[in-house]
Design a protein. Structure first.
Ligand SMILES: O=C(O)C(=O)C[C@H](O)C(=O)CO
Ligand SMILES: [Zn+2]
Length: 276
């Protein structure tokens, strides 16, 4: 499991492109028949990617989390960004279509990930945080949860948010998770941008054409930097960082948060005119 220690906004101005990418961009989450994992010390969030091709993958535990099994002290949300697949949790199988979300509560022992068709493998993206109690493992179908329409075609930011795991829906200890899909012709996500100093957030961009890229903005609003991001790559966004992007083609992204509270609207917005 790759370890990424926490950073502060004062570190960012001194970083070159390679260091920004090494600290905040997760490039290779999906390797056939493997589990890739990154532990960020921002709110102790774990990002994990699994792509079962030749057979099912049993979710391992990792020495870095000092747990007998992965969910001994943790919970997670999983979104499938690949072909259809299934996740079996202690013997109960949940089918995950492309874009579906599964919440797995603390205490699940045996988690097995599989693809329905090896020629179109599932790609399971998992975001996990420490959990103090157990909530029921629950599946949300693509397009489910609370739906919010934001932005306007005239400002190229019309988008639909599906809130899957949140305080008024599928319950969790810390994880808040959903998917945002840009409408045709709209390219800007999360603009106007915001921070939420009480939560770390991670984005995973998906359904982006292979040759297309996202220009993702990060950093303190008064000192932003950008990352050029390809399909199925993730961003770690510390609590002090804006997280917003513009695509060179249409795309969706999984957003997930953990931290002090689960209040989606607890954010501090910034007009673009005030950003640097
Ligand atoms: O398009 C958006 O705006 C988002 O999806 C915003 C994220 O959900 C987010 O940043 C939540 O804090
Ligand atoms: Zn946010």
């Amino acid at each position: 499991m790759e370890q990424r220690y926490a950073t502060s906004p004062e570190h960012v101005p001194g970083m070159d492109t390679a260091e920004l990418r090494r600290r905040y961009l997760v490039e290779n989450l999906f390797v056939d028949d493997e589990v890739a994992s990154v532990y960020t010390h921002h709110d102790r969030v774990v990002l994990l990617g699994a792509s079962p091709v030749t057979g099912p993958i049993s979710l391992p535990t990792f020495p870095e989390i000092r747990s007998e099994f992965f969910f001994e002290h943790r919970e997670a949300g999983i979104v499938n960004v690949g072909g259809p697949g299934a996740v079996a949790v202690d013997g109960t199988s949940y089918g995950l279509a492309h874009g579906a979300c599964l919440y797995i509560g603390r205490g699940a022992v045996d988690v097995v990930l599989s693809s329905s068709d090896p020629s179109e493998p599932a790609r399971f993206y998992l975001v996990s945080a420490p959990a103090h109690t157990t909530y029921p493992t629950t599946l949300v179908e693509p397009g489910g949860g609370i739906v919010r329409e934001l932005g306007d075609a005239l400002t190229s930011n019309r988008r639909t948010l599906n809130q899957y795991i949140h305080e008024n829906g599928v319950r969790s200890c810390q994880i808040v998770m959903g998917v945002t899909t840009l409408h045709p012709g709209s390219m800007w996500n999360t603009m106007p941008a915001h921070t939420h100093d009480r939560r770390t957030e991670a984005y995973l961009y998906f359904d982006l054409a292979p040759e297309a890229r996202i220009i993702h903005l990060m950093g303190h609003p008064s000192e932003t930097r950008h990352l050029i991001v390809a399909d199925q790559q993730a961003i770690i966004s510390p609590s002090w960082s804006v997280h917003s992007g513009v695509g060179s083609a249409s795309y969706s992204f999984v957003w997930a948060m953990a931290g002090e509270n689960q209040s989606f609207d607890d954010m501090d917005g910034f007009a673009i005119a005030d950003m640097r």
